[in-house]
Design a protein around this ligand. Sequence first.
Ligand SMILES: [Zn+2]
Length: 112
Amino acid sequence: MNAVCIHCGKRKSGALTLCGVCGRAPDSSEEMAQAVLLSDHNLLGEDLGTLAARIASGEGVTFRTEDVERIARNIDVTRKGRPWKSDWILVLVGVLFFLAFVMAVLIRSTQR
Ligand SMILES: [Zn+2]
């Protein structure tokens, strides 16, 4: 993927890679989303060149908020995993411990 560094405007390969010129990489989910938008995944090569020049000149580019938010949300889900999955495991472990406790009490009361 051909991309443009969101910090200095230089070309780099891969939206989320480290920039060889300024040494920075997109950090937050929002920056990653902007970096993905500033790649040939979303833009034609010629648009990329225009935007790269605007970043390099300090003029900057304006992103559509809904695009950045949509992609940032996807990145968040991918990075953190689905939250319900870990909750589900916690509940399961809790239930198993409770069952083990109940069994232990039952077994104790039947012995003798
Ligand atoms: Zn850079």
